[in-house]
Design a protein. Structure first.
Lengths: 365, 624
């Protein structure tokens, strides 16, 4: 199945109309400060998946595995959109996204922030096992699973808790106090698998709608509609609906596209999606700067990569804290990251495996 | 397919054909498009692979000429700038696709591929100026158009939406353009592309300076250039795409009602190419398709039902001898692009549109013996003569970055001087001295071979020189000349037996005098800007001319204009003001061939505006 433009409007409707799930009070987010912390976590969570996806993407040999690379790339772009949407929601409720601090960058392998710690994600080359990890990251919530405010089994549950809190605090009044001029707008954000939503309506109720719409975009894209996986509802696989992340990765794992009529239980049964697992640079798992002798070439290349990564986070931090036009500048850093990463994956190390991007925090001047 | 009768049959899948096809299918008409290029070029399911193939070919090509990424097909050949060389007096040069009879070789190219010349265009989108439409009555050169600027303006607005033009209207202070040129509150779909650092350095050094030319003084003000590549969408731009209103018989646009403009990215992935990334290989190919090409329009036309038949070479326009109407188009379907057998088929429609390009349209009509009572058919072939001057800046301005050109000096686009010498626009080229000297490769080989540099000193030389290169274009108007023409000759044929274009070409003193003027301006600007002039013109260059005893070289611009111009009678033109041929009432010609003069605008935007106007007329004809 080709990835068709999504019927996002309909998907959003479905999410927004969903009545707040049954949720014991002790599991709800209790304060606005707590909601801000959750949204900061959401930004970190969306970001944390990106290095692991990018590492797989950059280990694919140029010109090979184009369909698989396009799928991974499309998911990365949507994760960047999700990170930006979560930032806009946080800005809208008077918070400040913090993107350029040490704790923002996980040390891989890592568990996802605020999760139930069952899934370890690392920086590894493109392989069937790693695609399995990606599917685990994007695992849809089981039908009826309640959101939990502390340990979340899936990303969808985590966002459901945020959704409940947004509705609750906004209804109580005065939640959306952020300066609308700080919002990153469609003029500034692009190419991220959908349109950014600025939360700038004149009324509290309008902003809540926009925030829920933004949240719906995140959840709808990432995992599909809650419950879809178990219901066997073929709604997700109609002509018009973009395949959710989990199912996109499933197509790579099964080396086959979905086609209209497929259900979550049937799996993909469409055209062959050609995958050549051998045309991959044999990089080592979770490389670190400390793996290399100081001032050696690989040490310098890795440090150069990490510095570029820091520049990217720094410009994004400024973009989401008052200078939204800087989003355009961040694209330059993203290309620099790609160029440095694709250079690293071609260099053998003493272990026989190749080097790779390490995505580590560094203090910079 | 040969059974079907379409509302409209269009020959050529370039931008003019794309706009006509899209507009017609959006109005519910059935459309067949015949495209000579390979099927892969229009197979949108495999667009990512095909386009990557174009890129790979381009990256490996030693000469990065405009046609480098695209296949040259013996069954549907394309001219190449690589084939342009001096022609001895009386000789005929047949080495390329063009049969060149001189005295000067015609130095421009085009490409027969899905998407047409927009696959290798730069993307500059300048409207023509009001006086360009009245050259004969205002300045005594060339001819007047049968329509004026005001008539074309609403269609320019449609074209700017379709192409997706980035630019800042308030900065477009142009000679001869009054307050009605843009109209109150008009904005382009996207904000201007950032002007390059090189532009900023040049602006600081010479921007706004006065120059003296033939006893008159002019101000050289640098201006941002509108262009068909994606930038930041303009939040105030809410114009809709044009829609056919059968009651009024017009294409109508809602000026404020549409959703915010969203840049159109790559045809294989809408998330790629939503912004220009400054890759700097715009001509010929943008790696992310942030530059518009006609495939973007065709993708929509296809979704709305346009049928595209590829590997289909139009052979003959068949005329009913009694009614004088076109009865069908004979076309050849080939399987092997290198030759072999081709099957011959007929395409039938109620209306026919030739949308190849100025040279191929004229060639096909001449080969078909159509429009034979129009003495102007094939005549008045025009292009811009691109005269180059270049120098070394005293500081590093870092060319070879960003889109091909982001700023221009519009000073000499219009004025009383046009009575004496040709108008020109002067863009800054962001590509260093690449065009005239093959920089930066030649810088390296000269430093090694002539100056015996190597190692650190070689690197220092490159680091010192290449970042300081400045290249200016002076794109000079050529007036329509009856003897600059496309013709056919039965002895010159391609692999399918189709007649090749035979070309006669020269330029006159009206154009050459502007080379002298441009040289004088360059000298004054370079003196003011402390820029060391390095311009040199070799008598060995293909396009070498002398004026008042001084030698100049120029290049082609790829702006093929004028071979079937519009006018007021069959004696002075091939099509009427509605772009319908005088002789065959159901045959329309679209493209730059309809333009009576070329002005100083890259012609694609004007061609696109005219294509919308033609589509509107065709819809009216189909209705009645």
């Amino acid at each position: 199945m080709r990835l068709l433009p999504s019927r996002r409007g309909a998907l959003r409707q479905q999410l927004l109309s969903r009545a707040p799930s049954m949720l014991p009070r002790h599991l709800q987010i209790q304060t606005v400060a707590g909601l801000r912390r959750h949204l900061q976590t959401a930004i970190e969570l969306e970001h944390a998946t990106i290095p692991t996806y990018l590492t797989a993407l950059y280990t694919i040999e140029e010109g090979s595995n184009r369909a698989a690379a396009a799928i991974i790339r499309s998911v990365v772009m949507e994760e960047m959109l999700h990170m930006s949407l979560a930032s806009n929601i946080l800005l809208a409720i008077g918070g400040s996204p913090r993107i350029d601090h040490r704790r923002f960058v996980p040390s891989y392998p890592t568990t996802l922030p605020h999760s139930d710690q069952s899934l370890l994600i690392g920086l590894e080359r493109f392989s069937p096992a790693q695609i399995g990890v990606f599917m685990g990251i994007e695992q849809p919530a089981p039908a009826g699973a309640p959101p939990e405010a502390n340990q979340y089994g899936t990303i969808g549950q985590f966002y459901a808790a945020i959704e409940l809190a947004l509705k609750k605090f906004s209804t109580e009044g005065g939640l959306f106090t952020g300066d609308p001029r700080l919002q990153v707008r469609p003029e500034q954000y692009y190419g991220g698998g959908g349109e950014i939503i600025a939360i700038d309506a004149p009324t509290e109720a309008g902003r809540l709608d926009q925030a829920l719409e933004a949240l719906g975009e995140i959840v709808g894209q990432g995992e599909g509609v809650n419950g879809g996986i178990d219901d066997g509802d073929d709604e997700l696989f109609g002509q018009q609906v973009e395949v959710a992340h989990f199912f996109r990765f499933q197509q790579i794992a099964c080396e086959r596209y979905f086609q209209p009529g497929d259900t979550p239980t049937s799996g993909p049964s469409g055209d062959v999606l050609p995958v050549d697992w051998r045309r991959v640079y044999p990089t080592r798992k979770n490389p670190k700067l400390a793996d290399y002798a100081p001032n050696s070439e690989l040490w310098r290349m890795t440090r150069g990569f990490n510095r570029a990564y820091m520049r990217l986070l720094s410009v994004l931090h400024r973009a989401f804290n008052g200078e939204p036009s800087l989003v355009a500048q961040s694209v330059v850093s993203m290309y620099e990251l790609r160029d440095r990463a694709t250079a690293l994956v071609k260099v053998p190390t003493d272990s026989g495996e190749n080097a790779g991007p390490s995505f580590e925090w560094m203090e910079t001047d | 397919m040969s059974e079907a009768v379409y509302d409209v049959v269009i020959v050529g899948a370039g931008i003019a054909g794309a706009i006509v096809a899209r507009t017609l299918v959006a109005a519910g008409k059935s459309v067949l498009v015949l495209e000579a290029g390979l099927s892969a070029g229009m197979d949108f399911d495999k667009a990512a692979d095909t386009y990557q193939g174009y890129l790979d070919t381009f990256y490996k090509a030693s000469a990065k000429v405009p046609n480098a990424p695209y296949p040259d097909l013996p069954v549907a050949p394309s001219p190449s700038v690589m084939d342009v060389s001096q022609i001895a007096p009386g000789a005929v040069d047949t080495q390329g696709y063009f049969v060149q009879r001189g005295p000067l070789p015609f130095p421009s190219d085009y490409i027969r591929v899905g998407g047409g010349a927009t696959m290798h265009w730069l993307g500059t989108c300048l409207r023509m100026l009001p006086n360009d439409f009245s050259m004969a009555s205002t300045y005594g050169h060339g001819v007047d158009w049968p329509i004026d600027y005001a008539t074309l303006r609403p269609y320019y607005e449609m074209a700017e939406r379709e192409i997706g033009v980035s630019g800042e209207v308030s900065e477009q202070v142009l000679p001869g353009a009054g307050p009605d040129y843009w109209g109150e509150g008009y904005a382009l779909p996207m904000q201007k592309l950032p002007q390059s650092y090189l532009d900023q350095v040049v602006d600081r050094r010479v921007g706004g300076m006065e120059v003296e030319v033939e006893q008159n003084r002019y101000t050289m003000r640098l201006t941002s250039t509108p262009q068909g590549r994606n930038s930041i969408p303009n939040p105030t731009y809410r114009r809709s795409e044009p829609a056919w209103n059968p009651t009024t018989g017009r294409l109508e646009v809602s000026p404020n009602g549409a959703a915010p403009y969203r840049p159109v990215g790559a045809i294989w992935d809408e998330n790629i190419g939503e912004r220009c990334e400054g890759n700097a290989s715009c001509v010929p190919i943008c790696p992310v398709m942030a530059k518009y090409n006609a495939l973007k329009t065709f993708k929509v036309a296809r979704q709305k039902g346009a049928v595209v038949q590829t590997q289909a070479v139009a052979k003959k326009v068949n005329i009913d001898p009694i009614s004088g109407r076109v009865s069908s188009i004979t076309w050849q379907r080939y399987d092997d692009p290198n030759g072999g057998t081709a099957t011959t088929q007929e395409a039938k429609g109620r209306v026919y549109v030739l949308a190849t390009n100025a040279i191929e349209n004229a060639r096909l009509l001449l080969a078909s013996e159509a429009c034979k009572n129009s003495p102007q058919l094939g005549r008045n072939l025009m292009d811009h003569s691109v005269f180059l001057t270049w120098g070394l800046l005293p500081e590093k301005a870092w060319p070879f970055r960003g889109p091909g050109s982001t700023s221009n000096f519009p000073t000499f686009r219009d004025g009383d001087f046009r009575k004496d010498f040709a108008a020109f626009i002067a863009p800054i080229d962001n590509g260093g001295w690449a065009w005239p000297t093959f920089a930066p490769d030649s810088d390296v080989s000269n430093a090694v071979n002539q100056d015996n540099l190597f190692g650190r000193r070689l690197r220092q030389r490159m680091g010192d020189r290449i970042p300081r290169q400045l290249l200016l274009h002076w794109e000079v108007e050529q007036p329509p000349l009856f003897d600059n023409r496309v013709s056919v000759d039965p002895q010159y044929r391609d692999a399918l037996g189709n007649l090749r274009p035979v070309i006669d070409f020269q330029i006159t003193d009206y154009t050459k005098r502007s080379f002298e003027v441009a040289t004088a301006i360059t000298n004054q600007m370079f003196a003011r800007g402390d820029i060391r002039n390095a311009s040199a013109y070799s008598p060995g260059n293909a396009e070498y001319v002398t004026y008042k005893g001084v030698g100049y070289s120029f290049n082609g611009a790829g702006h093929l204009v004028g071979t079937h111009r519009m006018g007021r009678s069959i004696a002075d033109s091939v099509v009427d003001a509605e772009q319908r041929t005088w002789e065959h009432k159901n045959l329309f010609l679209v493209g730059c061939g309809n333009m009576p003069t070329i002005g100083t605008s890259n012609p694609t935007l004007t061609m696109s505006a005219l294509a919308f106007a033609a589509a509107e007329t065709i819809l009216g004809d189909l209705q009645s």
